[in-house]
Design a protein around this ligand. Structure first.
Ligand code: PLP
Length: 399
């Protein structure tokens, strides 16, 4: 007997469906040179500080005196201490290294964390949304409340009308590329404290924030250490989509109730128990590579790449606005949320862009019903491909 909940998942993972459509088009038009501004993968290589750290770590693994086998469950101290010093203490946030769990990226942890909670908890997600939060909860058989993010509410969801136990928030947002400022995020922390709810805060795109009133971490908001778990990823910060490394912050002060009793249990202890049972750590090489991001040269080098992508975003915003498109995002995030022309749909515009301009975007409706009428474009392309895509959109697509 299978887990019947899997039958409730939508047909195909969004990016598999896009890949299928692109493959079918390629079979039809083999000469077409397709540019992908669809899936959010990076194109720039690892920075020199990271490459140097990887070489050094590989050499250590080649020598019996410095070889490393299984690492510590929560990650190596050298990395967790660098995280605490640079990502938290430098922003005035107190964090203990034991509240940091190094992971193989934010996808696994955002997908797995719900395991710690009862099957009956009420989950809320923004709509549109990164599909992993929804699918992992559907697999576990949970009902989901959608909080629409629209142009009318500035892509900032309203507080739920009814009680929810868990809210997934992702800011800067994938897919809309929009953010919450401190005041807007405080509303959510206050809600969670008042309603005894948990916030799962996905900060995967934190490194792209340019505006000073946008928090880099939910722990910048007072009270968040009582109610929030935060997920980080080096994938977009430092081009680690292939290397794999990230981390999750589980403050010891986040407590949950044991069902049927008023006794509480620390989520930190539960996550440690879960990880030590089901996860055997991120490779030593990946962790040394991540540590190198926090060196003075590493910081400058990753910033250069982030600026490169953000310049793509600026060029895209400017060019698309010049063509008459309405665009959101792309200021504090590497994603642009583009309104499709009147009379067409997300998938309709996806097909048109693919067939007429040979450019791949992501249909907004693939991220949830409120995404209908939009497509997502990423700024992670090379400058050349990005400029060529804009040129083709301008010449081949009617706004
Ligand atoms: N969270 C969000 C919002 C993402 O967009 C992504 C990747 O696209 C991830 C998490 C996953 O990141 P990782 O590569 O660290 O698993």
């Amino acid at each position: 007997m299978i887990n019947e909940n899997y039958k409730k998942l939508s047909g195909a993972y969004l990016f598999s469906e896009i890949a299928r459509k692109v493959k079918a088009y390629k079979a039809e038009a083999p000469e077409a040179e397709i540019i992908s501004l669809g899936i959010g993968d990076v194109t720039q290589p690892l920075c020199p500080a990271v490459v140097k750290a990887l070489h050094k770590a590989a050499d250590e693994m080649a020598c019996s005196a410095t070889f490393r086998g299984y690492g510590p469950e929560r990650g190596y101290d050298f990395l967790r201490e660098a995280i605490v010093a640079n990502d938290f203490q430098a922003r005035g946030i107190e964090m203990d290294a034991d509240e940091i769990f190094v992971s193989d990226g934010a996808k696994s942890d955002t997908g797995n964390f719900q395991e710690l909670l009862s099957a009956n908890v009420r989950i809320a997600v923004t709509d549109p949304v990164y599909p992993v939060y929804v699918d992992s909860n559907v697999m576990a058989g949970r009902e989901i409340v959608y909080l629409p993010c629209t142009a009318e509410n500035g892509f900032a969801p309203e507080l739920p009308a009814e009680h929810v136990d868990v809210i997934y928030l992702c800011y800067p947002n994938n897919p809309t590329g929009t953010t919450l400022n401190r005041e807007q995020l405080k509303k959510w922390v206050d809600y969670a404290l008042r309603e005894n709810a948990l916030i799962f805060y996905d900060a995967a795109y934190e490194a792209y924030i340019q505006s000073s009133d946008v928090p880099h971490s939910i722990y910048e908001i007072p009270g968040a250490k009582e109610c929030a778990v935060e997920f980080h990823s080096y994938s977009k910060t430092a081009g680690f989509t292939g290397i794999r490394c990230g981390y999750t912050v589980v403050p010891k002060s986040v407590k949950c109730e044991k069902s049927g009793s008023s006794e509480t249990i620390s989520l930190n202890a539960m996550w440690n128990r879960r990880q030590s049972t089901k996860f055997n750590g991120t490779s030593y090489l990946s962790q040394r590579a991540a540590e190198a991001i926090y060196t003075p040269e590493g910081k400058v080098q990753i910033q250069t790449t982030i600026s490169y992508y953000m310049e793509n975003a600026r060029l895209m915003r400017e060019a698309l606005a010049g063509m008459g498109f309405t665009i959101y995002g792309g200021v504090d995030a590497p994603y642009l949320w583009v309104r499709v022309p009147e009379g067409t749909t997300s998938w309709g515009f996806f097909d048109e862009m693919l067939h007429k301009a040979n450019v791949v975007c992501t249909p907004g409706v693939g991220f949830g019903p409120a995404g209908e009428g939009y497509v997502r474009l990423t700024a992670f392309g090379t400058r050349e491909a990005t400029m060529e895509a804009l040129h083709r959109i301008k010449n081949n697509l009617k706004k």
